[in-house]
Design a protein. Structure first.
Length: 299
């Protein structure tokens, strides 16, 4: 019987799994706090405030330059990340959740293509298999009820915004990968709330709702879990190729299924379980491929 332990899983993979789990927890908190009548952009603003405070304290603790070295690229990362987040929230609010989810989870495909074009990375067969299995899994989970007539009735503008959100996420991942060689992860993360906070406040306008005590705690956890997710993602990009690391973001869907069942009593359908199985298979193929690649490199 093969001897397997968590220590054999590449560090980048472990960071990405941590990131996916943290983002799944964040999504659950967003869903909960939204039931208190808190507007979407107020949630984004609260998320940015918490992330800004934590990142600032972390940068000061490390005694490094708060503005980083490559400021233009850091600013670009903050802008692309913020705009892609806004696009995702807009798509979720104007499209059925199924379609919005499918479109958003195209971002690892964009990441893989951009990594080939701009980072000259070699995409392994295991990563391609993981992406294909994950997309098939997502279609099984959220797409069995879709028909051609239904899709044609969707607003084209919202579909375009959703695709821009997925593309923006891919661009952000590539920029993070490029910045990770010269910038500290805390500085990279700091630039996201620096841009997201003023943008979300501007979009919120006069729709601010005073949160209750319970909602305040949920908003706090949204920011905390976001921070853990960003840290895991940034560190994964530093030690793993971008296309392989971001392919593990699909595992967030599986984590969300489990949390939905535990927290919201959402019993997954047979289609959901079948899709989740496909995603897990794809992730395992990626893990095995990464282990073999590392073994060949160190041989």
């Amino acid at each position: 019987m093969p001897n397997f332990s968590l220590n054999k899983i590449p560090v980048g993979v472990r960071y990405m799994l941590m990131s996916a789990f943290a983002f799944a927890l964040m999504s659950s908190c967003v869903k909960l706090v939204h039931t208190y009548g808190i507007p979407v952009f107020e949630i984004v603003a609260a998320r940015a405030v918490v992330s800004l405070l934590i990142s600032y304290v972390d940068v000061k603790r490390k005694r490094i330059d708060i503005w980083g070295n490559n400021r233009k690229l850091l600013l670009t990362r903050g802008v692309t990340g913020s705009l892609s987040l806004i696009c995702v929230y807009y798509a979720v609010s104007t499209l059925p959740l199924a379609e919005a989810t499918i479109l958003q989870y195209l971002n690892p495909v964009f990441t893989a293509v951009l990594a080939i074009l701009f980072l000259k990375e070699k995409v392994h067969i295991s990563t391609i298999i993981c992406i294909v299995c994950s997309i098939m899994g997502l279609l099984l989970m959220v797409g069995p009820g879709l028909t051609l007539d239904h899709v044609q009735q969707l607003p084209l503008f919202s579909i375009g915004i959703a695709l821009l959100g997925a593309f923006g996420s891919g661009v952000s991942y590539i920029i993070v990968k490029q910045l990770s060689s010269t910038e500290d992860s805390s500085v990279i993360i700091l630039y996201f709330p620096l841009i997201a906070l003023p943008l979300s406040v501007l979009l919120l306008g006069d729709d601010f709702v005073m949160p209750t005590t319970e909602a305040m705690f949920l908003l706090l956890f949204v920011g905390i879990f976001t921070q853990f997710g960003q840290v895991g993602l940034t560190k994964a990009m530093k030690v793993e190729v971008a296309s392989k690391a971001t392919a593990y973001s699909y595992i967030q869907v599986v984590f969300s299924i489990i949390l939905g069942w535990l927290v919201f009593s959402e019993v997954p359908s047979a289609w959901t379980l079948a899709g989740g199985t496909m995603i897990v298979i794809g992730a395992l193929v990626n893990v095995i491929g990464s282990l073999r690649a590392n073994k060949v490199t160190t041989a």
